[in-house]
Design a protein around this ligand. Structure first.
Ligand SMILES: [Zn+2]
Length: 439
């Protein structure tokens, strides 16, 4: 494929890709390739990587349609929302009879799209299924499709959510890979992601059990302790040591000072392995940054949270701690290897909003702002090494790319406004917002 007229470091060039690799970059390239895409002067960037996301939880949140007040208040609105749903299996929540009465299987068959549909009553006690959902679930459901007090049966019958709408959304942001960080991930989850999160590049963290599986997608052991259940220092150090012995890094959830202090002490005791990660590091003073630097850990932060949660921070976090919240500039200045991820569904999955939030922080928190180039670099680290330098668009690089709707010089002024026009994973065009049909 030839990508024509893209902005690369301020120059308009063509980029030629074969077999998943960038082979040539230059002005007015001449290749007999019939397959091309017009870049129209937009910047061609490395594909983005979300270094901290929960796929199943994000998909479940996204796949649940609100079917009741205040979003949906009448029959027409409910019918429209059911038909607009992208998911192959519709899961509605929050239904109330004030919308369209005591609906049942027949009502859904007559009024909904021809897909399996199940809608939960606002009380949480009642599910209403259409005929396709009744067949798909293999549950014994009354003929009217109204299933009372059987929530755990329903959950058991469809353990994992449909990832497709989420994956499509991520590709539309220019995301070409993700690091899935859910602590409970085991062999079943791994198989589910490998099958259903294509074409994204995947790094899958999770339980200690994963250490025994020989799969290149497996990432660090995820440690997830909170202030109320912190383990003893020796136990935590032993857990870290065991992961290292299995050739595996660790990644520890650290949002409070106590969580971070204990984790750093445990790493110090166990010994650090290059690639060990601190997730969030939501609160870190200068002495702690020095400690992290001395140990050589990677910080994986969420630049979006300071913008999304600023009201709560102003209210709940003492003023003298504000300077230690969700730091970026201080980590950068200290030379700590750093990457970023959304923490979706707890944060917004849109990396452009997060990059914008890293550059323009809310008032009172500006001291930790970074440049647009640093913000972009946080989302363009290699899939399996969040501490490495950012990937680049260059000859011989793997063609994981995104094309945006404007030159970089313009984009950097307002990253939150950027729209992605096309996304490639391994040279395959996986999102095309330029043309309706693939070129
Ligand atoms: Zn998380």
């Amino acid at each position: 494929m030839l990508i024509r007229n893209v902005d690369l470091k301020g120059t308009i060039v063509d980029v030629f890709i074969t077999q998943g690799i960038i082979r040539d970059i230059g002005p007015n390239l001449k290749y007999d390739d019939k397959i091309f895409l017009e870049g129209a002067g937009g910047a061609l960037l490395p594909g983005l990587h979300d270094h901290h996301i929960h796929l199943n939880a994000s998909a479940a949140a996204m796949n649940s349609l609100s079917c009741g007040p205040p979003d949906i208040v009448n029959k027409t609105a409910l019918i429209n929302t059911l038909h607009a749903a992208q998911s192959d299996f519709i899961r509605g929540v929050g239904y109330h009879p004030s919308v369209a009465g005591e609906i049942d299987r027949m009502w859904l068959d007559d009024n909904g799209p021809k897909k399996p549909i199940r809608i939960q009553h606002r009380s949480g006690r009642l599910w209403i299924l259409n005929s396709l959902a009744m067949q798909a679930n293999g549950l014994i459901v009354p003929a009217n499709g109204r299933l009372l007090d059987s929530d755990s049966d329903i959950r058991g019958a469809s353990q994992f959510p449909d990832l497709k709408p989420l994956i499509n959304r991520l590709l539309g942001y220019g995301i070409t890979g993700v690091t899935e960080v859910t602590p409970s991930n085991g062999a079943e989850e791994l198989a589910h992601y490998l099958k259903h999160a294509q074409p994204l590049r995947l790094c899958i963290m999770g339980k200690a059990d994963l250490s025994n599986l020989n799969d290149p997608h497996i990432g660090p052991l995820k440690l997830h302790y909170h202030d109320h259940n912190l383990p003893a220092l020796d136990d935590l150090a032993a857990e870290i040591k065991a992961a290292h012995k299995a050739g595996r890094n660790m990644a520890a959830h650290c949002v409070t000072r106590a969580e971070l202090m204990l984790t750093l002490a445990a790493i110090e005791q166990a010994g650090v392995m290059a690639g060990d990660r601190i997730e969030h590091a939501a609160i870190a003073d200068d002495a702690t940054i020095d400690w992290m630097k001395r140990l050589g850990v990677i910080v994986v932060t969420q630049p979006n949270f300071i913008a999304e949660r600023v009201k709560a921070y102003r209210k709940d976090v003492p003023l003298k701690e504000h300077g230690n919240l969700w730091r970026l500039k201080a980590f950068e200045t200290a030379g700590l290897p750093m990457a970023a991820g959304s923490d979706a569904p707890f944060g917004d999955a849109n990396p452009w909003a997060a990059m914008a939030a890293a550059v323009t922080r809310p008032s009172g928190f500006e001291a930790e702002a970074v440049s647009p180039e640093t913000a972009l670099a946080l989302y363009t680290k290699p899939c399996h090494d969040a501490g490495a330098p950012a990937r680049r668009v260059e000859v011989e690089a793997i063609a994981d790319l995104c094309l945006i709707d404007r030159p970089w010089a313009e984009a950097r002024m307002n990253l939150g406004d950027v729209k992605v026009k096309a996304t490639w994973v391994g040279g395959s065009l996986v999102y095309n917002g330029v043309n309706e049909a693939p070129v």
